[in-house]
Every structure is written in structure tokens, then in C-alpha cells.
Design a protein around this ligand. Structure first.
Ligand SMILES: *Cc1c(COP(=O)(O)O)cnc(C)c1O
Length: 441
């Protein structure tokens, strides 16, 4: 008897006829046509599950979502173990007042929400490596926060090795601490150059025949579908926490740069998460708010702001959102309000949250807070709970805060522990030949 086991299939946003398995999509990151992978079908979660969601834990919720999306791609016992490891830290909703809540997504190893994506992706990749297959080599150039999350996401994951390049002398104290964990399967290289030089070295390595013949290389790219999926987990989990507190109507305000985070929220919505409204909150890099207002999608070079993880002029996940809504801008506008804030407003937002709630919000988080205020002003009769997402711990941005607020930021235990690790880097110039020789050595 042959049983047909259904599995997740993906297409490219540039070619709806393409069919890729989840495994292919994970290892390729991006289809060859440079579109983005999307599931051919967005399955709904069981109504009984949504109706009783407040009785489930975060790993249980994560398992329900992952198994509904992936179908029989990974056997259930393995998938359960995988999500338990990936989502092994809390994502609490903290009450600030009767209608204002903050969803803290910074309790993972790198103190930012990207840990959800990085930890899940690393374990999925390791899972798909066949027995006896060579080591998976992950090459990353650190940008502001992704590098740390990826390095820590792969830390200790069997059969994987991460090589992380960072510009010497140009990363913050905390980033350096996070890169110190390179004792196990992570090695860090201080490159005598800029971030762009690091990125060029990584690109050259991917294009090099000899290196590709010798190693199984992957980029663990930020548009990998295995980073998007686990970001749906915390939306369901936050909704469960709000329901437990008696709220039925929830608004999520999401600080947005590449629109992966809010993209996952919208995927969760399509899978049956009852959300009344989403708010996309940006800094001065406001391509999406302008598009929703005018219908003209015009990317611009990014400008630098306090909320630097959102300094994105061409948000790479936006095509996924358009795809989810079948290119219907009005359908998106009905569900997603979008607002942008200047650095001056961001700083005022940080001060307001501190004075009103005795709470320290990172600049990205403060922007999401400000957006809930604008939304409430425009919708004075809206009685739903406003939940803004806190995407990073404030200690990652010491340069932004006035002294009185800075004094109130305590270093989380994870950081204190990092200080005990030895400082182990290798140092290289910015020429490709040295990097290649290093990899081959
Ligand atoms: C990456 C990041 C964002 C932006 O998330 P997107 O998924 O790119 O929209 C916001 N805040 C912090 C702290 C980040 O690291």
C-alpha cells in the first residue's frame, strides 16, 4: 500500500509554475530567477486550536504552525524536538497600561527578534544534512544585527560551521562580545576593511569553483523561508497571551525595515490568526508608507537613522506581502496602516515611554510605540489592545539614549556570561586570496 504523504511546496514570486521542496528552498535561500520562495498553499490552522490557543505553550504553538505549513516534510517527533530547541526562550507580552502592551522579542541569545529566525533555520539546515554528508559551511558578513543572530543561532548545531566576517574596529562592544562565542563551531574574522569589503569577500567565495567543490557553502540569507516561518510563532503566542487576559481584538504594531517581521505576521493572519489591524512603523526610510498612500512603489537609497536595523530603502520582503495579497494594494491598506517617524520623534518616543511607563524602549521599539499612538488618534473609538513589538534589547543601542535613561538599562545575563568567553578572532586583509587560503587551510 502506497500512502501519498503531502509535503510543502514552494513557488517563486517571479514564476508561479516553479515547484521547489522546502529543503531546496532552505538551501538555495533564493530561486535562480531572483524572486522569493512562497508556499503554493497557505493552510489554515484547525479552528479548535485557535479557539483554545491560550492553553498552549510557545513550543506547542510553534509545533502546530510548523507542522501545518510543512506537512509531512519533517516527521512529527523530529519537528517537535526541532521547534522546542529553536523556540527555547520566552516572548512575553508586558502590560504598560490598560490598552498598551509591549511584546518583548529580545530574550534570545543575540537580544533581538532575529534569533527566532536564525535558530529555526540553523536547525532545519542541520536536520536536512544527510548522514555522512560533509559539513555545512555558513559564510556571513555581519551587518548591524544579523551577524550575531546567525552566529549564535548556529552555535553548537552539529555538522555546521560558521565563518563570520566583520570589519575590524567597526563593530560595537556588544557585537564583539557576541562574536567571542567562536569557541565551538563559529569562527570570526576581523577584516582590515569596511562592511562592504566583508560582503564582497563572501560573494567572491560563493562564486569560486574550487571552494564550491571542496565545501558545502550556504549564505543563511535573511530572505530564507526558514527565517520567515518561525516569526509567525510569536504572533500566535502573543495573541494567546492577550486572549488569556480577556482581550479579543488585538492590533500589532511592527517596527519594519525589510518587512520580514510584519510579513510573518501577515502570513499568520492568512493562516487564521484573528488580528484586527497591523501597523507598519518605519523610520525615515518610508518606501512602504509612501506606496500605501500613493500607489507608487519607489525605492530610495537608505538614509541613516537611530533605528539603524530599519535603514532599508528597498525592503526585500515586500514582494512576499504583495504576493500574499495577490498584488491588491487596497486589500493590504485595509489591514495594514503605515506610519513613518523621524529621529527627533523617535527620541521623543523613547522619553515618553520612559516617563509614562518607566520602561526603556530601543529606538526601533519606540517607533512601533509611536505608531500605536498615531493609530489611536486616527481611530479614537477603537477599543482593541495595542501591542507593539520590541525587536531588540535597549542595551544594543547605548549611543541613542540620554544619560538618565541609559543609567536605567541593565545588561541581561546572556551578556554577562559572554564576558567570560575568550576573545578569539583571526585577522585578515581584505584581499580574496588570503580569505580563500584561510578557508582551504
Ligand atoms: C531587523 C530588525 C528590524 C526590522 O525587521 P524587518 O523584518 O527587517 O522588517 C527591526 N528592529 C530590529 C532591532 C532589527 O534587528
Amino acid at each position: 500500500l502506497k500512502i501519498n504523504t503531502p509535503k510543502m511546496k514552494l513557488y517563486s514570486t517571479n514564476n508561479k509554475d516553479l515547484r521547489a521542496s522546502f529543503q531546496e528552498a532552505v538551501f538555495n535561500s533564493m530561486p535562480q530567477d531572483k524572486g522569493l520562495y512562497m508556499p503554493t498553499e497557505v493552510p489554515k490552522l484547525e479552528p479548535e486550536f485557535i479557539d483554545n490557543i491560550e492553553t498552549y505553550t510557545l513550543p506547542e504553538i510553534a509545533y502546530q504552525i510548523a507542522s501545518t505549513l510543512l506537512k509531512d516534510e519533517i516527521p512529527s517527533a523530529d519537528l517537535k524536538a526541532l521547534v522546542e530547541e529553536a523556540a527555547n526562550f520566552d516572548a512575553p507580552v508586558v502590560k504598560l497600561d490598560d490598552e498598551t502592551f509591549v511584546l518583548e522579542l529580545f530574550h534570545g541569545p543575540s537580544l533581538a527578534f532575529k534569533d527566532f529566525g536564525a535558530r529555526f533555520m540553523s536547525r532545519v539546515m542541520a536536520y536536512f544534512l544527510k548522514d555522512g554528508e560533509q559539513l555545512l559551511d555558513v559564510l556571513v558578513a555581519t551587518s548591524v544585527h544579523t551577524g550575531g543572530a546567525v552566529a549564535l543561532g548556529f552555535l553548537g548545531v552539529p555538522n555546521t560551521r560558521v565563518t563570520i566576517l566583520f570589519p575590524k574596529g567597526k563593530v560595537s562592544e556588544l557585537q564583539r562580545l557576541q562574536l567571542r562565542t567562536n569557541s565551538k563551531n563559529i569562527r570570526a574574522i576581523a577584516v582590515d576593511g569596511t562592511f562592504d569589503d566583508c560582503q564582497t569577500l563572501v560573494k567572491q567565495a560563493f562564486a569560486d569553483n574550487e571552494l564550491n567543490a571542496r565545501f558545502r557553502l550556504t549564505s543563511a540569507n535573511s530572505i530564507n523561508i526558514a527565517r520567515l516561518i518561525p516569526q509567525t510563532f510569536y504572533y500566535f503566542n502573543a495573541y494567546a497571551q492577550m486572549k488569556k487576559q480577556g482581550f479579543k481584538d488585538v492590533v500589532f504594531s511592527v517596527p519594519s525595515g525589510n518587512f520580514g517581521n510584519i510579513g510573518a505576521g501577515l502570513l499568520a493572519y492568512k493562516m487564521g490568526l484573528p488580528v484586527k489591524q497591523f501597523i507598519a512603523a518605519t523610520n525615515a526610510n518610508d518606501t512602504v508608507p509612501r506606496f500605501l498612500a500613493t500607489g507608487v512603489y519607489e525605492t530610495k537609497p537608505s538614509v541613516q537613522t537611530y533605528a539603524n536595523a530599519m535603514d532599508v530603502g528597498a525592503p526585500c520582503n515586500w514582494v512576499r506581502i504583495m504576493d500574499l495579497f495577490k498584488e491588491d494594494r487596497n486589500a493590504i491598506k485595509a489591514l495594514v496602516k503605515a506610519y513613518r517617524f523621524t529621529d527627533e520623534e523617535t527620541l521623543a518616543g523613547i522619553k515618553e515611554v520612559f516617563e509614562k511607563f518607566d520602561y526603556v524602549a530601543c529606538p526601533h521599539t519606540a517607533i512601533a510605540y509611536l505608531a500605536t499612538k498615531t493609530f489611536a488618534k486616527e481611530n479614537p473609538n477603537d477599543a482593541s489592545a495595542k501591542v507593539f513589538l520590541s525587536t531588540a534589547h535597549a542595551c544594543k543601542f547605548p549611543e541613542v539614549f540620554p544619560a538618565n535613561i541609559l543609567a536605567k538599562i541593565s545588561l541581561p545575563a546572556q551578556v554577562e556570561t559572554l564576558k567570560n568567553n575568550p576573545e578569539l578572532y583571526d585577522e585578515l586583509g581584505k584581499d580574496f586570496e588570503s580569505f580563500k587560503a584561510y578557508l582551504l587551510a
